[in-house]
Design a protein around this ligand. Structure first.
Ligand SMILES: *[C@@H]1O[C@H](CO)[C@@H](O)[C@H](O)[C@H]1NC(C)=O
Ligand SMILES: *[C@@H]1O[C@H](CO)[C@@H](O)[C@H](O)[C@H]1NC(C)=O
Ligand SMILES: *[C@@H]1O[C@H](CO)[C@@H](O)[C@H](O)[C@H]1NC(C)=O
Ligand SMILES: *[C@@H]1O[C@H](CO)[C@@H](O)[C@H](O)[C@H]1NC(C)=O
Ligand SMILES: *[C@@H]1O[C@H](CO)[C@@H](O)[C@H](O)[C@H]1NC(C)=O
Ligand SMILES: *[C@@H]1O[C@H](CO)[C@@H](O)[C@H](O)[C@H]1NC(C)=O
Ligand SMILES: *[C@@H]1O[C@H](CO)[C@@H](O)[C@H](O)[C@H]1NC(C)=O
Ligand SMILES: *[C@@H]1O[C@H](CO)[C@@H](O)[C@H](O)[C@H]1NC(C)=O
Ligand SMILES: *[C@@H]1O[C@H](CO)[C@@H](O)[C@H](O)[C@H]1NC(C)=O
Ligand SMILES: *[C@@H]1O[C@H](CO)[C@@H](O)[C@H](O)[C@H]1NC(C)=O
Ligand SMILES: *[C@@H]1O[C@H](CO)[C@@H](O)[C@H](O)[C@H]1NC(C)=O
Ligand SMILES: *[C@@H]1O[C@H](CO)[C@@H](O)[C@H](O)[C@H]1NC(C)=O
Length: 761
């Protein structure tokens, strides 16, 4: 009964929210709600010491549109404007300085950032000038202030005293959403923004987390930022005592931007992900099976890196000390998966314990690789960054890469045409007819370009050390040979690092950038992992170990433009793999989300972390073994290989087997064939946080390490109202406040906060 009356009042108020909308009903409307677009607020993010993001409030202000530098100046300087304003500003004008200026006027109640069609010309990055550097290996050193990202102004790590909403065109048309605002602004402008009636905007934004991580974690009003890192190896078994060392090939999975849902990162992290996958694919064609190499190769994709190297630091910490499972059999809390490898400490997979920090031979990291901002994309130059230019073990890797480059640098990799994993793409191309796909295919005509890859410290007065990179997490703990490959020498060539405009490089093919780089690294790894880095005739590298540019271009297209592309469709699920993901999915968020393990069993949701899934299945396709047994559902493989007597089992046993999470199975059905293989996940969230499995709570263990969390929220919306007078506006506001209070009560009583707001695994 209580619940019913609550719901009735709640909906009554929802109707009343914009009470005065008597005139021009067509304009007054709710533009953005969490139902339309679940992540369009610059959310509140906290760590042990500070909070960042935008204020949550229920407030109302006169619509004022800023569509040019002049509009901005005239708003700031116009002392005639004495009311409270809702600023609607085109995304190309948004930066930290402008937001601070708006804040200083004390006239702004909220900001709406519109991603309209205006091209972004000026280089701009909202991240810091030295991203993540306070968490890296040089923290405390002057190198922690080196400006790798000169266009950065740190906006992402500031707090603003008003709500900031985004209209990003995800799932609906920006034009449709902005048209009423433009109309309302014209109306307001004619009335000099002060003669009522005027159009106003009501902001309702409620972030539940209070001041800092410690408090919100204890109240469960926030969640650790992060996700799952993914790794796999050709080696069926990595044994710490097998005498083999491990070669790590790493990339970063996650990006970041003002509005998480609008995070892409084509030139920030996607090039590295794709190169890493393409290297695994190339090595899978080695005539000597990579699992027989003298060293193991681990392909690693770190998640949660944008927030203090969450994935890599946690992984490095976990492999630096022996893993002791205190409780392997009994679930201590029902939120944990039945299938976890260890219940205390809670670990979904414990295979990482086979890897120890002392056993790593070397790391090759694939950093920013698209060369989109390079001066001359026809003759790109890549750079190898290392920490210590005098370390002979590290120089062995860079010398090897230089040697491979000197032989293969100016030839374009041939497309291997045996029936391998990468044929997926070629087969499906016939079905596609969108013009951008045609463009991609046309570009496969190879260009004759000059390409270069060289030591980053060459020609500099002194070695700058490693740029922001996951490798820093390893080297912070221990000196290990590590080389970071990137498209920049002294500062990012990417002009939009971690910005909503980091969408595309000028070309849609990457034959002479990502593909060529991946090819040189794949060949180098083939030698390095066999201890053939010295005195080996590079010309003897088998031609089959060549990166397939077709695969690279297709993956780049899928991850940066359209996750519904045919290749990704076959790599998103291993059950009925031709199934399209529900909904109109093309643009998906490349922000890591918050840490969770909800979908490790394989269920795909609209808010799934698609990069993780594509990476997971692409890796298994390369590192696994093709049984050539046809399948449609994952259980076909289970019945064929794991439980041949399945049909004779009793119902209970059948159910138990069928409910086995996909990620724990040894056979996947990928592109209609059973593939034997496995990829592993590892938790990726700030290393300063810990999980208390008995109370199902996270807590802060080390305040000086990364402790980033994201606030939970409820009731985010912006509504246009037609306001006849200031008094009426205040009345509206009161209704809004009551509404928000009810929402909060609702949160605590019926828990309206749902998984809907999460990015899943
Ligand atoms: C606005 O005011 C500032 C400081 O008073 C001044 O420097 C600037 O020139 C003014 N701009 C315009 C467009 O009037
Ligand atoms: C790690 O070691 C365990 C125990 O020897 C083994 O069962 C498991 O397969 C290994 N995992 C990997 C990925 O090598
Ligand atoms: C690109 O060209 C500009 C102007 O010629 C030059 O100042 C800059 O150093 C070049 N950048 C790189 C990475 O070569
Ligand atoms: C490497 O050696 C050079 C010359 O001996 C020296 O100047 C430089 O400081 C050394 N670098 C490091 C990182 O030790
Ligand atoms: C597996 O083998 C089949 C039969 O040879 C082939 O058609 C298919 O493309 C292969 N799949 C993968 C992912 O390699
Ligand atoms: C794509 O290419 C095919 C064959 O080359 C052609 O028939 C089709 O018209 C092209 N589609 C577009 C949109 O250009
Ligand atoms: C590519 O360029 C090189 C050097 O500029 C030239 O020698 C070679 O003939 C060119 N190859 C083709 C196929 O155009
Ligand atoms: C794309 O290339 C064209 C011409 O090559 C150039 O004018 C334009 O500035 C480039 N755009 C970007 C975003 O680099
Ligand atoms: C994405 O690809 C799918 C399948 O090829 C296609 O139907 C859809 O129109 C594409 N979406 C966009 C935005 O290009
Ligand atoms: C696979 O998909 C089929 C059809 O949608 C479903 O019945 C089955 O339960 C799924 N299998 C698993 C293991 O999730
Ligand atoms: C499997 O996928 C196909 C193709 O998308 C779809 O038509 C079919 O309904 C799916 N089957 C099941 C049992 O879900
Ligand atoms: C598996 O998926 C279901 C359906 O989305 C979800 O409710 C459940 O929590 C998941 N289980 C695990 C162990 O992740």
């Amino acid at each position: 009964m209580k619940l019913l009356s609550f719901i009735i009042i709640y909906f009554l108020l929802q109707v009343l929210k914009c009470t005065s909308s008597k005139v021009k009903k067509d304009i007054t409307q709710t533009l953005v709600t969490e139902y339309k677009n679940f992540d369009t607020v610059f959310p509140r993010i906290l760590n042990a010491k500070t909070k960042i993001g935008s204020k949550s409030s229920s407030s109302s202000g006169i619509i004022y549109r800023i569509d040019s530098e002049e509009d901005f100046k005239s708003f700031i300087n116009n002392s005639d404007l004495t009311d409270k304003y809702a600023i609607v500003i085109s995304a190309v004008f948004v930066n930290a300085e402008k937001l601070v200026k708006l804040e200083e006027t004390k006239k702004v109640v909220g900001v709406i950032v519109v991603y309209d069609d205006k091209p972004m010309i000026k280089p701009y990055s909202p991240d810091k000038k030295c991203p993540n550097c306070e968490y890296g290996m040089y923290s405390g050193d002057e190198r922690a202030n080196y400006k790798w990202n000169p266009h950065g102004d740190g906006m992402l790590f500031k707090y603003f005293d008003f709500p900031i909403f985004g209209i990003t065109g995800n799932g609906y048309s920006v034009k449709d959403a902005v048209l009423p605002i433009i109309e309302a602004n014209i109306f307001n402008k004619k009335r000099k923004y002060k003669n009522y009636p005027l159009y106003s905007i009501k902001f309702d934004s409620f972030m539940l987390a209070p001041e800092d991580t410690i408090t919100c974690l204890s109240r469960k009003t926030c969640d650790p930022i992060g996700g799952n890192s993914i790794w796999s190896s050709f080696s069926r078994k990595i044994d710490p005592n097998d005498g083999k060392k491990i070669v790590f090939i790493t990339a970063q999975l996650d990006g970041n931007s003002l509005f998480h849902e609008n995070t892409i990162g084509t030139n920030s992290q996607i090039g590295g992900i794709v190169a890493n996958l393409a290297i695994a694919d190339a090595l899978s064609r080695s005539d000597i099976k990579p699992e027989q190499f003298q060293n193991h190769i681990v392909f690693m994709f770190f998640n949660g890196e944008s927030f203090g190297y969450g994935g890599s630091q946690r992984f490095v910490n976990d492999i630096s000390e022996p893993f002791k499972c205190l409780n392997k059999n009994e679930r201590v809390n029902k939120e944990c998966s039945n299938y976890a490898s260890c219940f205390n400490p809670y670990m979904y997979f414990d295979d990482f314990k086979n890897i120890t920090l002392n056993n790593i031979k070397g790391i090759i990291e694939l950093n920013q690789l698209t060369c989109s901002g390079c001066n001359n994309t026809d003759s790109p130059t890549y750079f190898m960054h290392i920490d210590d230019e005098n370390d002979s073990e590290t120089l062995k890797i860079t010398n090897l890469i230089s040697k491979v480059y000197s032989v293969f640098g100016n030839s374009v990799p041939a497309i291997p045409n045996n029936n391998d994993a990468s044929n997926i793409i070629v087969d499906n191309n016939n079905n596609i007819d969108s013009s951008s796909r045609n463009e991609t295919i046309n570009k496969l005509k190879r260009q004759n370009t000059s390409y270069n890859i060289k030591p980053a410290w060459e020609g500099l007065i002194k070695n700058l050390g490693l740029p922001p990179a996951s490798s820093q997490s390893f080297l912070k703990k221990q000196k290990i040979p590590a080389v970071v490959i990137s498209d920049f020498q002294t500062e990012f060539t990417n002009k939009f690092y971690h910005s909503g405009f980091d969408i595309d490089s000028n070309s849609t093919t990457y034959d002479n950038t990502v593909c060529k780089t991946a090819d040189i690294i794949a060949k180098s790894v083939w030698l390095y992992a066999q201890n053939k880095e010295i005195d080996y005739d590079v010309n003897l590298i088998p031609p089959s170990v060549a990166v397939n540019c077709n695969y690279v271009n297709e993956l780049m297209y899928c991850l940066s433009h359209n996750i519904s592309c045919p290749l990704a469709q076959t790599l998103l699920t291993s059950n009925n793999s031709t199934r399209q993901v529900e909904g109109k999915l093309s643009k998906v968020s490349h922000y890591s989300g918050i840490f969770n393990d909800y979908s490790l069993n394989g269920t795909l949701h609209t808010y799934s972390n698609f990069d993780s899934w594509v990476t997971n299945y692409a890796l298994i396709t390369s590192t696994g073994r093709n049984t050539t047994f046809p399948c449609k559902y994952i259980d076909d493989c289970m019945k064929q290989f794991e439980y041949p007597n399945f049909d004779e089992l009793d119902d209970e046993s059948k159910k138990k087997i069928e409910s086995m999470p996909y990620s724990k199975r040894k056979y996947q059905c990928i592109n209609n064939f059973c593939i034997e293989g496995q990829a592993f996940v590892h938790p990726a969230y700030g290393s300063g946080l810990r999980y208390d499995v008995f109370n199902n709570k996270y807590f802060v263990k080390k305040e000086d390490e990364a402790t980033w969390v994201e606030s939970r929220w409820s009731s985010n919306s912006i509504t246009i109202c037609f306001t006849t007078s200031r008094i009426f506006q205040i009345f509206e506001l009161l209704v809004g406040i009551v509404f928000v209070i009810l929402t909060i009560i609702g949160y605590y009583f019926i828990n309206t906060y749902t998984k809907k707001y999460l990015k899943l695994a």
